[in-house]
Design a protein around this ligand. Structure first.
Ligand code: N01
Length: 492
């Protein structure tokens, strides 16, 4: 039955997704004295990435002091790079502290959204067919959510266990088994060292070797935690220092500047030499693309695994999956009991998460037919009162994504305040403003390393980059600091 309800009577706001982005938005709304919001989450619990990625070794590769809300610092991180469960605990704690449960609607998937110009409101439809009215929608659905299984011949004939890193089967014990890991990206470098010592044999199928850098991880002692709790300024300084370092090294990671890249490549090669003793194996691990083109991986124990007797690096292309294992192009059958797919995600940034109809019935996927674009990555012309968090061209390759997310939340909040204060029907970013912004962005993109000749999830099928921001995080935050009415069409 079609039930017309609203999250709150006065000015309903819908937040879609209860990951870092959605939770951060909710907290900032509460801080601004706005309580009329509902967070819709399709899963049964909050957490997003950190709820889903529970594979052994899952951790953040950004230091925890920066990978946490600036407005919710945590002096108790157990180590410099927290594991997934600890980040999830942090988020759960934040939700309890701010009493967000009463605003949460779990197991509620939004499947359709339509804008009504006359009332300046969105009608959202849930998978149960219920409709919900919202004056503003803040979409924090995330970009790397749905696993991308590889399209391998014969996969259905495999008799053993198959699971993706983001859907780890904790009921299946890998101990003493022969296991294949397909992929050597950010997830694989964490899972491989974590299971290598348990399994009988581990075959790691590598299609493209990646640059790996040392991970300056360490445990925080109880004394250090007490110190950070007692002196919040010290925690802020630690956060700032880690953030500043990532920005300082940023150009080496994002600029197409071979001399800068060479510094990173040299560092990574030294790391490789220190980790792998076998020269022939080492050679197979050397990337052939420029440093930064694909995401830089950080690990102190991934490469070292290839010195273990029970771990094999397989570089021959996979030809077919058979009932008992994986056959490579050299005709060899690697017999395995389980296949772990560390093959990444289908990138959700490229298209609308569900049908979204804006002014005049304009369809978001049609507006994005040549690639996802938005003004400052957040607002799309023709789709008023709709703000995307972690939208097109807002991903970082070099620092914490939360620096961008917090800037976006602050921007959306300004828009919401304006709508409320001036009792507006809607604000819709002007097409010419959006076009100018994106033309400039794509011009800058030409100077970035991501298009220098490698394949990655950063690029869409036509080779364009609609995922990453071509520059420093501080600069993005500065550019998004002010919501300028002159850039918007305003309906009273
Ligand atoms: O996925 P990926 P991921 N046959 O796409 C290979 C974030 N993240 O899950 O390079 C054989 O990076 C593929 O090979 P190739 C982070 O943003 C963050 O590891 O395409 N191999 C590649 O090696 C990251 O960038 C953290 O040739 C196949 C691998 O699978 C993003 O998530 C931790 C294949 C996929 O690598 C994705 O990382 C983990 C096939 N058919 C992840 N298909 C943090 O710590 C794919 N591959 C914050």
């Amino acid at each position: 039955m079609d039930r017309q309800t609203s999250p709150s009577s006065d000015f309903p706001i819908a937040i879609i997704g209860a990951g870092f982005a959605g939770i951060g938005t909710a907290i900032q709304l509460l801080k601004a004295g706005i309580r009329s919001f509902t967070i819709f989450e399709r899963a049964g619990e909050i957490g997003g990435t950190w709820r889903d990625n529970t594979y052994p070794g899952a951790a953040c590769d950004v230091p925890s002091h920066v990978y946490s809300f600036s407005f919710e610092p945590n002096p108790s991180w157990s180590r410099a790079f927290a594991e997934s469960w600890e980040i999830q605990d942090y988020l759960l704690g934040v939700v309890e502290k701010w009493k967000l449960r009463s605003h949460l609607r779990l197991n509620t998937e939004i499947v359709d959204a339509r804008f009504d110009e006359a009332t300046g409101s969105w009608t959202l439809t849930t998978s149960d067919g219920e409709t919900v009215r919202a004056r503003v929608v803040v979409s924090g659905v995330g970009g790397l959510v749905d696993p991308a299984p590889p399209d391998l011949k014969g996969m259905e004939s495999f008799r053993g266990e198959v699971f993706h890193t983001a859907r780890w089967n904790h009921d299946f014990d890998l101990a003493g088994r022969k296991v294949a890991v397909i992929g050597t990206g950010a997830s694989a470098v964490q899972v491989v060292p974590s299971i290598a010592s348990q399994v009988e044999k581990l075959s790691v199928f590598q299609r493209t070797p990646a640059w790996v850098m040392p991970k300056p991880d360490r445990k925080y002692s109880e004394r250090a935690k007490r110190f950070y709790a007692r002196f919040p300024l010290a925690l802020r300084l630690s956060r700032f220092f880690k953030y500043a370092m990532s920005e300082l090294f940023g150009p080496m990671v994002f600029l197409d500047a071979p001399r800068l890249s060479a510094i990173g490549e040299k560092g990574s090669m030294l790391h490789l030499r220190a980790q792998v003793s076998n020269r022939a194996v080492r050679e197979k691990l050397v990337p052939s693309f420029q440093f930064g083109c694909k995401r830089i991986l950080i690990s102190d124990d991934f490469w070292a695994c290839f010195d273990r007797e029970n771990v094999e690096l397989v570089t021959e292309p996979i030809e077919e999956v058979k009932s008992g294992g994986i056959q490579t192009s050299d005709g060899r059958l690697h017999s395995v009991d389980a296949i772990v797919l560390a093959t990444g995600f289908s990138v959700g940034l490229a298209k609308a998460p569900f049908p979204v109809r804006g002014r005049g019935g304009r369809i978001l996927d049609e507006a994005w037919s040549e690639g996802a674009v938005a003004y400052k990555g957040m607002a799309v012309s023709g789709f008023p009162n709709w703000y995307i968090l972690m939208g097109p061209n807002t991903g970082p390759g070099h620092t914490s994504v939360l620096v961008y997310t917090e800037a976006q939340i602050a921007y959306a909040l300004q828009a919401i305040r304006k709508l409320l204060r001036e009792n507006l029907r809607y604000v819709d970013v002007r097409q010419d403003v959006q076009d100018r912004y994106n033309d400039g962005l794509q011009r800058r993109m030409k100077r970035m390393v991501w298009g220098s000749g490698c394949n990655s999830w950063y690029l869409s099928a036509d080779g364009a980059n609609h995922a990453l921001y071509p520059g420093f995080a501080w600069e993005y935050a500065l550019r998004t600091r002010k919501f300028k009415s002159s850039e918007y069409e305003i309906a009273r």
